[in-house]
Design a protein around this ligand. Structure first.
Ligand code: GAL
Length: 991
């Protein structure tokens, strides 16, 4: 054994010794032995470690034990280093194909007994389903080979190296290698053997590979089999019992296409699968076959002849404790959750997932864009100089990656598009990958977003295009040149189907304007929807020194370079909790739509091919949120693409309460992903009679006063409110600040259509510069009238000449306490405002305000550009549940369209507020929280928030929209809150 540096970390070939061509990941009855479980493990700081560890007699007793599969940085409580999070940046010098000598290297060893009867006349294969990033394998001291391609399967022939009885397998894994340059995805760097290791017996007469290509046309299924097997495997039998198929092939030449009658098609909506088996005398392989035809016709992408609209998500493999280690139960729950939220498509960003995930996608029903393990984004930093994508030296590595991708997963009906990778610039190696895929699989289109000009891909794809730009792409008459395209290239791209492989960046609170994208899809058939970035946050479960658990993000592991919380950008929080954005998404993309007129509702079915026979239509009528009647609508079965108009039930309209009709389309029977009664789609109709808003009483008897008095339930000292309904209160004070969202913190792009106050500067920065987070006030006047108090304050901030005048009038009206606040900005304000609100602080005293009941929009938070999931009704919540625990604390909890709010303490009603609409009919929203916006803005994690002793109620006349600026468009001008005068009117009564 030598002690020269082990495997060539700078080698850009994809490894040596792995079996090629790659083949499908098949379910076989041939014996196999899982090598998952505890392995001996040693971590070295560099790649130059002696190789004698691989030898049979080597003593590894002093080593640790580590589970396989796992990532070593997530094991051993920091003993094996820590995860690193970067988006684009390389966490090592840009010196391709070299990596630093500081290269954590994990040595793994384990013994295994070769099962009896395995050695004679059979082959033995050792399969690794995922190792990050470069590894070398030895069996009984014999070097077998090495491989890179972290999220790809690699198989090695170890027939000659294993022997009866005890064997030793040793694996050396380097965290960094040349391959790291092409695996620069936006995610944690997580080294180790993180997917299964399996020993496979390959009997004589085994079937090497099977591909059952399928098609579907008018009730007839096409099966186009490809079998790779030696002569000894024949005769082979194909069976699909349910379809009466039993086909015997005596030689390879007899393997032929079959045409099968009476077949039901596979779709993401009705994922019909048939059990199939291909058997030789030696091996029995089972598959689940779905019949479907994928094609591009003109500028449309069709499955089984019908246009597909992707309501998709980008899915990474991420788990707070396991990282990218697959857990089937968790994955199934995750996919079932997607289905419940009307997600119908998955882009496997940015690498092939664990192969079982695709079985789940076939079974539960998703359109899948299967992406190759490839990203070289860090080269963007150096103007793409040296980008492997256009360097012939990397051609073989690129081809190896796409071959392993396609070959492993080619049997899955759910996969309808192959994607070459993500953000790898452009170049001939990508074109070569595409050519290979086209030659190997002529049916499925090739996608790669970076091919802006459409030189080698079949679909026009973009990420984060604004609504306006997306419309420019979809509209038939539009002519403006597309990104990076000449007019001719633009025309070529416009002739293809379009999809947004990423849009609606779901970082923190947001995104806004999902509904605008959705509307375009139903206007322009060339637009095929897209994939929200992204499904889940990638927070890693960690604990503070004081023992408080939290979800860590970039920078929490003292990384030299990192990208902070940019990895917390999912519609699901790290702990699987759906955020309000996921509810919004579900409502926006619901497959059934409702259009009301006087007495009828038109029910449209926007599904791909499924009719509505799986749905019932329940209705209910509420008066001020209280249910008064319910029933079921009789709706004929609506075919896909069809619409039926049906009579509404009789609605009993209340003279003195709001009357709302709600219709829910619910599942008639349980499915694999939801129980019976699960709501798929819903809509509301407002049937309220218009009721007059009490006029503002003008008073003529104002006189200067000292402001110390009692008005009904309110007590004032020197013009300031001190008690309400017997509870200590301070405020109301003008609140213009919100704890900036991740979108607020992103520099404005200043593009047309955005409300950029100052291009290149984040709105949050403008707010801080203007001092919105540190307002001070000066009382200008206090006056009294009969049963009334009026104060006028000038609110401004240090070193600022702009101000807001706030007039507060407290009065008794019809025996109730009314507060009317007039908010009047001075001239000179420029930036948008986050909110226009008034804040009451309610100290805990003997019993904290800890809950709310309200009639208005709910149940979840809503903002002007994210209102579709909200409905008008009565709701209640604890104060904690009003706020979403975003990965980084930020604005959360705003409930729009408030009519009535009751604050509670330990279940007892403390104070009731009725919100009157302003002169334009606009209603305020409210936020109830244990922390002020200023406190929230200071915290990087929830555990950094101070211990709360006060509850804070903010009544907002308006809030700024959310937008998607963290990666994408600003708040649309319609939802941008420019400085403006506003009125807030409340009636307050004791609980
Ligand atoms: C895209 C990229 C994703 C992710 C996203 C922002 O450019 O493809 O991987 O980084 O931006 O979260």
């Amino acid at each position: 054994m030598t002690s020269k540096p082990s495997a060539s970390v700078s080698d850009i070939t994809p490894g040596r010794g792995a079996l090629r061509p790659a083949r499908s990941w098949l379910r076989s009855d041939a014996p196999s032995l899982s090598l998952n479980g505890p392995w001996r493990f040693r971590l070295s700081p560099t790649a130059s470690v002696a190789r004698d560890f691989a030898a049979e007699g080597f003593d590894d007793h002093s080593w640790d034990s580590i589970p396989v599969p796992s990532h070593w940085v997530l094991q051993g409580d920091g003993a094996y280093g820590r995860p690193i999070y970067t988006n684009i940046q390389f966490p090592f010098p840009i010196d391709p194909p070299h990596v630093p000598d500081e290269n954590p290297t994990g040595d793994y060893r384990r013994h295994f007994p070769l099962p009896s009867g395995w050695s004679q006349g059979s082959g033995v294969v050792l399969r690794f389903d995922g190792v990050e990033s470069l590894f070398t394998v030895w069996v009984n001291g014999v070097e077998i080979g090495s491989a890179s391609g972290s999220r790809l399967a690699h198989e090695f022939d170890v027939t000659g190296a294993v022997h009866p009885g005890d064997n030793v397998v040793a694996v050396r894994v380097h965290q960094w290698s040349a391959a790291s340059y092409v695996e620069d995805q936006d995610q944690w760097w997580l080294p180790g053997i993180f997917r299964d290791v399996t020993l496979l017996l390959r009997p004589a007469g085994a079937i090497e590979d099977v591909w059952l290509r399928t098609g579907f046309d008018n009730g007839r299924g096409r099966l186009d089999p490809e079998v790779i097997a030696g002569p000894a495997a024949f005769p082979l039998t194909l069976r699909i019992p349910e379809l009466g198929v039993e086909q015997v092939w005596n030689t390879a030449a007899e393997v032929k296409r079959l045409d099968i009658a009476g077949v039901e098609p596979w779709s993401a909506e009705r994922p019909r699968l048939y059990d199939a088996a291909v058997s030789s005398a030696a091996e029995h392989i089972t598959l689940r076959v779905g019949f479907r035809t994928v094609e591009i016709r003109g500028d449309q992408f069709l499955v089984n002849g019908r246009r597909v609209v992707f309501h998709g998500v980008n899915r990474h493999e991420a788990h707070p404790e396991r990282g990218r280690v697959f857990d089937e139960a968790h994955a199934r729950d995750d996919l079932a959750r997607m289905k419940r939220f009307n997600v119908n498509a998955i882009r496997t960003s940015h690498y092939p997932p664990h192969p079982r995930l695709l079985d789940l996608a076939d079974e539960l029903g998703f359109w899948v864009v299967l992406e190759c393990d490839l990203e070289t984004h860090g080269f963007d930093t150096v103007g793409w100089t040296g980008n492997p994508s256009d360097d012939p030296a990397w051609r073989e590595a690129y081809l190896d990656r796409v071959q392993r991708t396609v070959e492993r997963d080619k049997n899955h009906p759910s996969i309808v598009i192959w994607s070459l990778g993500n953000e790898a610039g452009t170049g001939s190696n990508l074109a070569a990958m595409s050519a290979w895929v086209h030659a190997r699989d002529a049916e499925r289109p090739v996608h790669y977003e970076g091919d802006h000009t459409g030189d080698y891909t079949d679909i026009y794809s973009r990420m984060y295009a604004s609504v306006a730009e997306t419309e420019e792409i979809g509209a038939p008459g539009a002519r403006s040149p597309l990104l990076d395209c000449t007019p001719a290239q633009s025309a070529r791209q416009r002739a293809k189907p379009f999809l947004l492989c990423e849009y609606a960046h779901a970082m923190g609170n947001g995104p806004g304007a999902l509904d605008r994208y959705e509307a375009l899809v139903h206007t322009y058939p060339r637009l095929h929807g897209g994939f929200v970035w992204e499904w889940r946050d990638h927070g890693i479960l960690a604990t503070t020194p004081a023992g408080t658990p939290y979800y860590a993000y970039g920078g929490d592991f003292a990384e030299a370079v990192h990208d902070g919380n940019f990895v917390m950008d999912g519609m699901l929080l790290s702990d699987d909790a759906p955020t309000p954005s996921l509810h919004e998404y579900k409502a926006v993309v619901q497959p059934v739509r409702f259009a009301f007129d006087a007495d009828t509702v038109a029910i449209s079915n926007l599904r791909h091919s499924a009719d509505t026979s799986d749905l019932r239509f329940r209705w209910r009528v509420e008066h001020d949120g209280n249910p008064v009647a319910r029933g079921e609508l009789k709706v004929p079965v609506v075919p896909a693409g069809g619409s039926e108009r049906v009579q509404l039930p009789h609605i009993d309209v209340s003279p003195d309460a709001e009357t709302w009709l709600t219709i829910d389309a619910v599942l008639t029977a349980a499915t694999a992903w939801a129980p019976e009664g699960h709501v798929v789609a819903s809509a509301q109709l407002d049937r309220s009679v218009r009721r007059p808003v009490p006029a503002v009483r003008t008073r003529k008897d104002w006189r200067p006063g000292d402001g110390t008095l009692t008005l009904g339930i309110a007590e004032f000292i020197s013009g300031s409110l001190v008690r309400l309904a017997g509870r200590a209160v301070t405020g109301p004070r003008l609140e213009l600040f919100r704890a900036p969202t991740d979108n607020d913190e992103s520099p404005s792009d200043g593009v047309e259509g955005s409300d950029a106050s100052t291009p290149g500067v984040a709105n949050a920065e403008l707010w801080r510069r203007a001092g919105l987070d540190r307002l001070t006030s000066r009382r200008l006047s206090v006056s009294h009238a009969a049963d009334a108090l009026c104060t006028v304050d000038r609110v401004s901030s240090a070193n600022s000449a702009t101000s807001v005048t706030v007039e507060s009038v407290w009065s008794l009206e019809d025996g109730e306490l009314e507060l009317r606040v007039e908010i009047e900005p001075s001239r000179g304000w420029t930036a948008v405002w986050p909110r226009i609100g008034i804040r009451f602080d309610l100290p805990d005293g003997d019993a904290a305000v800890d809950g709310a009941e309200w009639f208005g929009l709910g149940p979840l938070e809503s903002y002007p550009d994210s209102l579709r999931a909200a409905r008008t009704s009565r709701f209640s919540s604890t104060i904690e549940d009003l706020t979403v625990d975003y990965g980084r604390p930020q604005e959360s909890g705003h409930r729009s369209g408030l009519r009535r709010l009751t604050l509670t303490s330990g279940g007892t009603k403390v104070l009731r507020l009725d919100a009157l609409p302003d002169a334009h009919g606009r209603r305020p929203g409210y936020t109830l929280s244990r922390h002020t916006p200023q406190q929230i803005a200071q915290a990087r994690h929830a555990f950094e928030l101070p211990e709360a002793t006060t509850s804070h109620l903010i009544i907002d006349a308006a809030q700024h929209g959310l937008g998607s600026r963290a990666c994408g468009p600003d708040v649309h001008p319609e939802f941008a809150l420019r400085p403006q005068a506003r009125t807030i009117r409340l009636r307050l009564t004791a609980g």
